[in-house]
Design a protein around this ligand. Structure first.
Ligand code: OAD
Length: 230
């Protein structure tokens, strides 16, 4: 095996204390995603949207990487081949565990973005849409998060990696949000093995060749150990 492509979702950070979206008590049971995760919601009420992401940024700063993040960083270091790590998560726990070149397809909480000139810079702990962009001086500053209806980041790079994958592994994701939910089909189509690691089988489970079911802090280190032993 030469190339492993990994996709992570909220489940990998759940045991670090960061909430998932669709589980019982998930973020989308408490907030309307139309209000806080769409460009239209941001136009309607930017203060509400900044408040939502400021709270998530504070949670993220207070959280620590767990054994699953650490195991994936170890895999990147020790695997005798290539490991592409794609995440839907906007936290930085993969990086803080030591992972390299994490592809944040849905953006990152530590980043700020100017909606006028596309300039990016490190977000302050608390963002305010009236704060001026450090590059163009415009007032429309937003978190560097991909909202519903926007194009996820680095898609060409991700599809190129999937074309070349020998193994595709989805970890802690419900497989309900496209395009990420379609990666397993892409990998399957080029003949890659496919593995799901999740607390429960996801809805796209039919497309996975194998599944490891259980909490990520247990299942991910076990899987990494098995791969490194091969
Ligand atoms: P979801 O909340 O949809 O799914 C989380 C998955 O993690 C579920 O399948 C859970 O069973 C699983 N899970 C929960 N705890 C776990 C644990 N301890 N170990 C292993 N698995 C666990 O989150 P995502 O699939 O990441 O996008 O959501 C995808 C996208 O939807 C997010 O990136 C976000 C959201 O709307 C945007 O905001 C654009």
């Amino acid at each position: 095996m030469r190339h492993i492509v990994i996709l992570t979702g909220a489940g990998v950070s759940a045991e670090s204390g960061l909430g998932t979206f669709r589980d019982q008590d998930g973020l989308w049971t408490k907030y309307d995603l139309e209000d806080v995760a769409t460009p239209e919601g941001f136009s309607r009420n930017p203060a509400l949207v900044h408040g939502f992401y400021n709270a998530r940024r504070a949670n993220c700063l207070a959280a620590s990487p767990n054994a699953a993040h650490a195991a994936l960083a170890r895999l990147q270091d020790a695997f005798n081949g290539r490991v592409t790590l794609v995440t839907q998560n906007v936290d930085d726990l993969h990086e803080r565990a030591g992972a390299d070149d994490v592809i944040h397809m849905h953006g990152t909480l530590p980043g700020a973005l100017c909606a006028v000139c596309d300039h990016r810079w490190p977000a302050p702990a608390s963002m305010d849409y009236l704060a001026a962009c450090p590059s163009c001086g415009g007032p429309d500053t937003r978190p560097d998060i991909v909202w519903f209806g926007e194009m996820p980041y680095r898609m060409e790079e991700i599809y190129t990696a999937l074309q070349d994958a020998d193994l595709f592994v989805a970890i802690g994701t419900s497989g309900t949000v496209y395009p990420a939910a379609g990666f397993v089909a892409e990998a399957h189509a080029v003949g890659a093995q496919t593995l799901e690691i999740n607390l429960e089988p996801s809805t796209t489970n039919g497309l996975f060749d194998h599944a490891r079911i259980g909490p990520a802090t247990k299942t991910v280190p076990e899987w990494v150990q098995d791969i490194l032993r091969q």
